[in-house]
Design a protein around this ligand. Structure first.
Ligand SMILES: Cc1cc2nc3c(=O)[nH]c(=O)nc-3n(C[C@H](O)[C@H](O)[C@H](O)COP(=O)(O)OP(=O)(O)OC[C@H]3O[C@@H](n4cnc5c(N)ncnc54)[C@H](O)[C@@H]3O)c2cc1C
Length: 492
């Protein structure tokens, strides 16, 4: 197919957000839409369609394969950062948990200046996004069942639906699955309309820059077999390239902190200090590892199947911790090096879900990216993560887990605060939830306004996980789909 030279809308990236935006623009407007996606189709890729094989997506050819670090507060470790490079984006490669987050997340966005994004205002968009099939897990693996039983005997409520407004407690999860196969915004939103004559879906094509004329974004530059081509957007360009590549495109097009851009040889076009700043990520502690007493059955669901939401301290109002029990010995390389991990083992993994630490991404002079999540930089985050491990050890000591376990492989015998703090710095891994690098708001640090328009430019919006002003207190895929649903309303 030859590359079209113009359309009403150009959507950059067909990931979780891009597939929704494109579908809704086709439905709501009579407009033509070009979607440019760097990756190809996930449809024949087993790791992308079979839920229990999702971990094989990490580092696969359809992964952008970024990294965080060195992370100063994690003993200088460098951490792999997976991002899907495929139709459906990270939603075609992720761990398939569909969870909206807590009412307070969105009320917090609205209170901080994101007018129109309170929980009550975004709820209809979650509901609309859920026309993609999602299912609750049943027939749980013994390790998944044990997490729920242990949570309840520890004192947590049983949580029969993780998508209530204020999730607290332990229960089965909702997954992006139908008939045993992964669903995504690709399968649910864009694939069904791919033959629409108003849609041009370019795959294997990377957007390399934005075309700017005065204060207007007029289109994008793409690299194709025909060479560098400009695609004009008669109405708008919508950036849906995700929390790493959306700010990367803005920065390389001269939109960002002017002094920083000059340092790496990019002529600033618009001084927008927030681009690439405010990066937030959830640390997952990988992990509290237990040798199983009996051979464990083959993994099921997404290797987890259940989840718990809890507080790191009684006075923490919104649950800031989650727990998953992973049906394989999922531990960081550093934990594996110091705590020999048996084959027949499982992991209890605390996740820190509300974070004060902020990272950032920058261009390097040679066209690369320097991304630092700064995980656990804020002492409060470190303290909450250590509390998460302490509570995790108490959960593991409940009868439901005790009967499954012969011995603990990690952490070691010493469980004083200093030892667990050292363990956390070695065990923390990213949940692969980067957000916030093009934050929505009204202050100087905001990159987009509450209508998702890039501040200071016409014809350019961002609609993806990068616009979250603050990370949600659960996984980030459903909130991204919600953002895309609302974006389509704002555009159309
Ligand atoms: C391994 C993994 C596990 C995860 N597990 C979960 C989970 O279980 N539950 C959950 O809620 N969240 C999970 N997440 C996070 C969640 O998937 C993301 O928050 C969400 O997909 C982000 O959506 P997005 O639209 O912002 O970006 P993406 O879905 O990443 O989409 C960006 C798209 O843009 C394309 N693109 C980027 N740059 C360009 C360019 N220059 N030109 C053309 N195309 C481009 C990319 O190839 C990609 O398709 C996980 C993520 C990963 C990677």
């Amino acid at each position: 197919m030859s590359t079209p030279r113009s359309a009403d809308y150009v959507v950059v990236g067909a990931g979780t957000a891009g597939c929704v935006v494109a579908r809704r623009l086709l439905e709501r407007t009579g407009a033509t839409v070009v979607v440019v996606e760097a990756g190809g189709s996930p449809d024949g890729i087993a790791s992308s369609t079979d839920p229990a094989r999702w971990v094989e997506n990490i580092g696969a050819p359809h992964d952008w394969a970024y990294s965080y670090g060195p992370e100063e507060h994690l003993d200088g470790r460098t951490l792999f950062l997976s991002r899907g490079k495929v139709l459906g984006g990270s939603g075609s490669t992720n761990a398939l948990v569909w969870v909206r987050g807590h009412r307070a997340d969105y009320d917090g966005w609205a209170a901080g200046g994101a007018t129109g994004w309170s929980y009550d205002e975004v709820l209809p968009y979650f509901e609309r996004a859920e026309t993609v099939d999602v299912e609750q897990t049943t027939d749980l693996h013994p390790v998944a069942r044990a997490l729920i039983e242990a949570g309840v005997s520890y004192g947590m409520p049983y949580l029969d639906d993780i998508n209530v407004a204020e999730p607290l407690g332990a229960g089965p999860i909702t997954m992006d699955v139908a008939g045993g196969q992964r669903t995504s915004t690709w399968t649910g939103h864009l694939r069904p309309v791919r033959d629409d004559e108003r849609l041009t879906l370019l795959t294997g094509v990377e957007v390399t820059g934005l075309c700017l004329r005065g204060e207007r974004c007029t289109g994008v530059r793409v690299q194709t077999a025909e060479g560098d081509v400009e695609i004009r957007a008669d109405r708008e360009v919508v950036l849906c390239a995700g929390s790493i590549n959306t700010p990367r495109l803005l920065l390389s097009s001269g939109i960002g902190p002017a002094a920083q851009l000059r340092e790496v040889g990019v002529d600033p076009v618009l001084d927008l200090p927030g681009v690439g700043e405010n990066l937030q990520e959830h640390p997952i502690i990988a992990g509290l590892c237990f040798e199983a007493a009996e051979p464990l059955p083959a993994p099921t669901h997404n290797l987890e199947g259940s989840m718990a939401f809890w507080h790191s301290a009684p006075e923490v109002a919104v649950p800031d911790l989650t727990y998953v029990s992973v049906q394989i010995p999922y531990v960081s390389a550093e934990v594996a090096a110091t705590h020999p991990v048996p084959a027949n083992a499982f992991v209890l993994a605390p996740g820190l879900m509300s974070v004060r630490s902020r990272g950032r991404l920058r261009l390097t002079g040679n066209g690369g990216l320097d991304i630092v999540a700064n995980m656990l930089a804020d002492p409060a985050d470190l303290e909450a993560a250590v509390a998460g491990v302490e509570i995790g050890l108490e959960l593991a000591d409940q009868p439901a887990f005790r009967k499954l376990v012969t011995r603990r492989a990690a952490p070691g015998a010493a469980t004083d605060r200093a030892s667990l703090t050292a363990f956390v710095r070695q065990a923390a891994m990213p949940y692969f939830h980067p957000v916030g690098t093009c934050a929505m708001g009204t202050g100087d640090a905001a990159v987009v306004d509450p209508q998702l328009r890039v501040r200071g430019l016409e014809g350019l919006r961002v609609a993806d996980a990068s616009v979250m002003p603050a990370i949600t207190s659960a996984n980030t895929n459903a909130p991204t789909a919600m953002i895309a649903e609302k974006a389509a309303d704002l555009i159309a």
